[in-house]
Design a protein around this ligand. Structure first.
Ligand code: ADP
Ligand code: MG
Length: 148
């Protein structure tokens, strides 16, 4: 996937005024790039990640995903694109409380209408050392286990 941003600006309304967090971000990532975004707490990393991950469309500037302007993609197509091309690990986990570990991991497969799901979630969970926590609920897991 190719990512290209030019002059991205992001502000939050604050009282009567506005607070500008991203002030003209331009970047390019090519297929296969492995990139870390590093900065002080509160500097705008999550704000940028939400835009990169197509979860926040309220920004100025141009963001091209595989050459297509993200602002021109409608919500349904964007949801499909997120499902098929973007992976997220959230700081606050965002696990579904009423689903087990196994069910949480299998959720994207269900959204992707993959019928033969046998063992896929289990294989990924075993790969990160959670094969013994398949039927635990998020509340029954440690912080580190939830992150994994
Ligand atoms: P970080 O680099 O730590 O991930 P964030 O992108 O989460 O930083 O936040 C950047 C700044 O934007 C912070 O100072 C935060 O207080 C502010 N901010 C984040 N979300 C909002 C919001 N919804 N309204 C106003 N200010 C916000
Ligand atoms: Mg953050």
């Amino acid at each position: 996937m190719q990512i290209s941003m030019s002059n991205i600006q992001k502000s939050y309304a604050l009282g009567e005024g506005k607070l500008t967090i991203l002030k003209g971000i331009s970047l390019q990532f090519a297929e296969g790039d492995y990139v870390a975004i590093i900065g002080a707490s509160g500097s705008g990393k999550s704000t940028l990640m939400h835009i990169l991950g197509c979860m926040d469309q309220e920004f100025e500037g141009e963001y091209l995903l595989d050459g297509q302007p993200v602002h021109s993609i409608n919500n349904n197509t964007l949801a499909e694109l997120r499902r098929q091309k973007l992976g997220f690990i959230f700081q606050t986990f965002n696990l579904v409380a009423k689903l087990t570990t196994r069910e949480n991991v299998a959720l994207p497969l269900i959204y992707n209408r993959i019928k033969r799901r046998d063992g896929i979630a289990e294989r990924y969970l075993e790969a990160v050392g959670l094969g013994h926590r398949l039927d635990h609920y998020p509340a029954q897991m440690s912080g580190g286990e939830r992150q994994r």
